[in-house]
Ligand binder design. Structure first.
Ligand code: KG4
Ligand code: ZN
Length: 345
């Protein structure tokens, strides 16, 4: 069913506290994001601190999203909230907040799968998108390749067997002394280096599937870095090293995406998730699409990183009328894409 009015989206699955309002015809009326900086000192997200921050910030951010959009609680046709996957304590903040408001105001509550929202962002970026399309979702927590057959219908083609792509970037960034998250700094530093200076491994599995693996490249890079002397006579500079590492991650990600597009003869390819902001990845995919007569959709960077506009956008097509029993949703930290939300009593 399509929503009859604007939807408020709420996102608290990790370290972004976000709220957004989207109109019934899909326009983003507001998109408020508070990126928690408290984790920088720890080199990674500290779940306990993240949930406390969400609890403190979410009410104000939800209000601000409505003020910016020029609407109030009474104008909302629904509240869409990330119910999983994510950190359980973080998800619970958004879910508890949404449940309370939905009950109090008798507004439909729409539980959203965070990965589905990432997979839907290319359709927000291009409203003339053709189905089916392929989307590579690469972030700090996920690396997956998904075929979107139509809105809300997915086929998962590949997953990471170990680390996520962003996790590998962030961990090696930490070793290099970069601040967390390291992805944006690697992106900037990598621009000035030679991506072919060092041949870091690109994992490929023998089967014909589309799974990813980043633990091999991470270990190889860590060993290389610890042993490397940038003043030796090889002429390899720190920017060369970073560009080579970045290129290995990008090649592994795009290798699977482009191979799947060819094997399944899919015309539209796209990317989502924080790592999809990476400029080398975006350039490389655009170039591939041009030479291979495909359409590449690159959502705006702010729609790639975690945000609530994508949550509200899924809420538009997953909307159902108010039902008291449906307001009893729970946070599901391991909710798998394409499966119904497990019911909890
Ligand atoms: O989607 P996201 O905001 O949160 C998760 O769901 O994890 O993604 C965050 C990840 C981090 O690992 C960060 O280092 C990476 O996205 N990232 C980037 C860039 N901007 C953010 N990686 C490479 N290049 C970038 N420009
Ligand atoms: Zn995400």
């Amino acid at each position: 069913m399509a929503a009859p009015g604007p939807i408020l989206g709420l996102e608290t699955s990790c370290d972004e506290t976000a709220a957004a309002v989207i109109s019934a015809d899909g326009r983003i009326l507001s998109n408020e994001i508070f990126s928690q900086s408290i984790h920088a000192d720890y080199g990674g997200v500290v779940p306990e601190l993240a949930s406390r921050e969400h609890a403190g910030r979410l009410p104000g951010i939800a209000e601000r999203a409505q003020t910016t959009a020029g609407i109030g609680w009474d104008d909302l046709a629904g509240i869409a909230v990330t119910a999983g996957p994510g950190l359980v304590g973080c998800l619970l903040v958004g879910v508890a907040f949404a449940r309370a408001i939905a009950r109090l105001r008798e507004i439909p509550l729409i539980p959203i799968n965070h990965i589905e929202a990432h997979a839907h962002t290319p359709a927000m970026a291009a409203n003339d998108i053709e189905y089916p399309y392929l989307v590579l979702i690469a972030s700090g927590g996920h690396s997956s390749l998904v075929l979107v057959e139509r809105p809300g219908q997915f086929r998962s083609l590949g997953e990471t067997r170990d680390d996520a792509a962003g996790e590998a970037l962030d961990k090696i960034g930490k070793l290099l002394g970069l601040s967390y998250p390291a992805g944006p700094e690697i992106d900037r530093a990598g621009e000035h280096g030679n991506p072919n200076a060092i041949a870091f491994p690109r994992a490929r599995f023998d089967d014909q599937g589309f799974d990813f693996s980043f633990s091999g490249v991470k270990t190889a890079a860590a060993l290389d870095y610890r042993a490397r002397d940038f003043n030796d006579n090889t002429g390899i500079s720190r920017p060369d090293w970073i560009a080579s590492f970045e290129a290995a991650i990008v090649d592994a990600l795009l290798g699977n995406l482009t191979r799947a597009a060819e094997a399944m003869d899919i015309h539209t390819v796209s990317v989502a998730g924080g790592v999809a902001r990476n400029r080398r990845l975006r350039r490389q995919l655009e170039r591939w699409a041009e030479t291979n007569n495909r359409r590449a959709i690159l959502p705006a960077p702010d729609l790639c990183t975690d945000n609530a506009a994508m949550i509200a956008a899924v809420g538009l097509y997953r909307w159902t009328p108010f039902d008291d029993a449906r307001a009893n949703i729970d946070a599901v930290p391991n909710w798998r894409l394409g499966t119904p939300l497990p019911i909890t009593p």
